[in-house]
Design a protein around this ligand. Structure first.
Ligand SMILES: [Zn+2]
Length: 291
């Protein structure tokens, strides 16, 4: 993993953490129609990760013009999920970080997702549903910033699926890979996010490309993880493929203008992973390179 260069530029001041970006600056839900299917982009909060690690070989002197790091050299990354009103199932794609991690973890990763219990659930309600309405949870992969909200910690300290009435869908290979006790991936695959679903018997694994339900296709997109998958929605001539793997996000990550007059205008933009016509925050989806 490339180290942050640590270089500084007088023309690109480091953000004051007191004035840093916060999740409430982002629209909680943005909705678009894909043929006959409504799709809601749910902003489930922010995490803050090392900017040098996120941009890889791109020098800091270039990327910090687009997105200012905080005092700890971190940049904000959106924990963006999708809620898909598919004809045969209400589908949640990815779950953000969740709310069960301790203060130390939340400080290290700059987690900003407070809600009831998190902004994910707030967003589901803002889209017109209750979390209990979710029938299917599709996970692009099982890193903690995508699968953390898949489970919760009860008041007695025990862990449980956050959506016990839903099936959890993941590539078979991803689930197997997550179980490896390899120290290079251990920090990203947290057993607390995975084992309660296993114990509850809620996994529904798929292998390869499938039309999971009418209009919703699961497509293997290895790279970020060996068995990462993206979701493609197709209906009545409309098509949306918003969850690209991080490698694609990185290659698409350019911003042509910093002049947008919204809070999002101060944030970096990754083009191509959302197709909404409406103005949108310029903030990359969690496109980290760990693990
Ligand atoms: Zn990941």
């Amino acid at each position: 993993m490339p180290e942050n260069s640590g270089s500084t530029s007088n023309s690109a001041p480091t953000a004051d953490p007191e004035q840093g970006y916060t999740a409430p600056e982002l629209p909680l839900v943005r909705t678009r129609q894909v043929g006959g299917i409504r799709v809601h982009a749910v902003e489930a909060g922010l995490q803050h990760l090392d900017g040098g690690a996120m941009f890889g070989v791109v020098p800091r002197t270039l990327w910090e013009r687009r997105i200012r790091p905080d005092a700890r050299h971190r940049i904000p990354l959106a924990l963006r999920c999708l809620l898909i009103e598919a004809p045969e199932s209400l589908i949640l794609v990815d779950t953000g970080v969740g709310r069960k991690e301790d203060d130390r973890f939340r400080d290290i990763y700059g987690i900003d997702n407070a809600g009831a219990p998190s902004r994910l659930e707030d967003g589901i309600r803002a889209a017109g549903f209750e979390p209990t309405d979710v029938e299917t949870v599709i996970l692009t992969h099982l890193h903690f910033d995508h699968a953390g909200g898949a489970t919760l910690r009860r008041d007695d300290g025990s862990l449980a699926p956050s959506f016990p009435w839903a099936q959890y869908v993941v590539q078979e290979g991803e689930l197997a890979f997550s179980g490896r006790r390899n120290e290079r991936i251990r920090a990203s695959y947290t057993p607390e996010n995975i084992e309660p679903i296993t114990e509850a018997g809620l996994w529904h694994t798929v292998s390869g490309e499938v039309e999971f339900t009418r209009g919703v296709h699961l497509i293997p997109t290895p790279g970020h993880t060996p068995h990462h998958q993206c979701i493609q929605v197709e209906s009545d001539g409309g098509r949306l493929a918003p969850h690209l793997p991080a490698r694609c996000l990185h290659s698409l990550g350019t911003s042509r203008s910093g002049s947008q007059g919204t809070a999002g205008g101060r944030l970096a933009r990754v083009q191509g992973h959302h197709a909404e016509d409406a103005p949108r925050p310029r903030i990359p989806q969690n496109s980290h390179t760990r693990g």
